[in-house]
Design a protein around this ligand. Sequence first.
Ligand code: 5GP
Ligand code: ZN
Length: 116
Amino acid sequence: MYNTTMTCIFCGIADGSIKSQLIYEDEDVVAFKDLNPQAPTHLLIIPRQHIARLDEADEQHALLLGKLLLTAKKLAKQFNLKDFRLVTNNGKGAGQSVDHLHFHLMAGRRFNWPAG
Ligand code: 5GP
Ligand code: ZN
């Protein structure tokens, strides 16, 4: 089983053994503040289940992936975010540094497009 604090920081945050500023949790999804925020609001939304990145997800994760997106929407509402950016980096070349699927929910500044 890969789901241990020893091997994955975000599994540790999800099971409470690594401290974070928790924003939301339910049986499937956890959201917390990014340690090194890149915007005035910068939250990370993760599945409790260890999935390394989006390209490791498949049909069996369809409901879970939907929950992650709906959690982003709910948090955007809760935090009164009118405009926000939701991003996942898939692989090192795309900027992924933690190998546990996560969506960045960012707001409170202007974002460029295309993303850098
Ligand atoms: P990635 O680069 O993989 O897309 O995003 C990983 C994010 O996780 C980064 O924005 C980084 O600041 C954040 N991060 C890394 N380690 C920790 C941690 O221990 N706690 C929290 N709250 N965020 C972390
Ligand atoms: Zn993990």
